[in-house]
Design a protein around this ligand. Structure first.
Ligand SMILES: C[S@@+](CC[C@H](N)C(=O)[O-])C[C@H]1O[C@@H](n2cnc3c(N)ncnc32)[C@H](O)[C@@H]1O
Length: 226
């Protein structure tokens, strides 16, 4: 999966419309104007670019070196190439404190969301995240009979509710395309599918049977407070 993100990292800015909307909405809803922030899965910096208040320190973390290279660099920004599913991340969190932890369009890939949310709850009182849910590309899943590789809404809600008081909002987005080719290119290049190799094995059947002129995305916005 790391490779998939890295391979398209140069073109990524053209193929991340939903992520851009999600990152903007995530930051718009931050009311505490935190000045010491940690971000998980920072990519090329969509979240950081939406922050319009003064910061003292911003730690942006991503496991793809190519993505880290694309993130804005400034004196108060520390970009770390770390995998949030691995021990090194949990070591990194030890003795840290943040006013706010943010994550946009990244944690749906996590293989141990519970551990991440638990550890994050020890370093901050406020965690705002937006995750794609397994209902993303739901018609494609129906046609290919391949289950989504990303986490489902119920699991996400239960996990965050274990460690925080949460407000959830689930939103479905439809992104229209003028041709099937554009639509399928988008899936491949957006960095959202994770299952593109599986999907593309069945590409012909899918191409033939996908009758919608739009792609379906579902995201869940989470405001988690201690
Ligand atoms: C869809 S992009 C979103 C990037 C950015 N947050 C945004 O809103 O545009 C997902 C990002 O999560 C990163 N990512 C995925 N799994 C990760 C992991 N286990 N550890 C760290 N970063 C990860 C990817 O490298 C990618 O940059």
């Amino acid at each position: 999966m790391n490779n998939e993100f890295s391979k398209y990292s140069q073109q990524y800015n053209n193929y991340n419309l939903i992520q851009q909307i999600a990152a903007k909405a995530l930051v718009r809803d931050v009311k505490n104007k935190a000045s010491n922030i940690l971000e998980l899965g920072c990519g090329s910096g969509q979240v950081y670019k939406n922050i319009n208040w003064p910061l003292i320190s911003y730690t942006a973390l991503d496991f793809s070196q190519n993505m880290c290279d694309l993130h804005p660099k400034e004196e108060h920004i520390s970009v770390r190439c770390l995998n949030f599913d691995q021990e090194e991340f949990f070591d990194f969190l030890k003795n840290k404190k943040y006013d706010l932890v943010l994550s946009s369009s990244a944690l749906q890939w996590s293989s141990q969301l519970d551990r991440i949310v638990k550890q994050v709850s020890q370093v901050t009182n406020e965690f705002h995240a937006v995750l794609f849910t397994s209902n993303t590309f739901k018609t494609i899943q129906k046609i290919t009979k391949v289950k989504s590789p990303i986490l489902d809404e119920t699991h996400i809600k239960e996990t965050f509710s274990h460690y925080f008081s949460c407000e959830f909002e689930t939103i479905e987005y439809k992104l229209e395309f003028s041709s099937k080719k554009e639509l399928f290119d988008y899936i491949k290049k957006s960095g959202v599918s994770g299952a593109s190799t599986l999907i593309y094995k069945e590409a012909k059947n899918l191409y033939k049977n996908y009758d919608l002129n739009y792609l379906e995305f579902e995201v869940i916005y989470i405001k988690a407070l201690k």
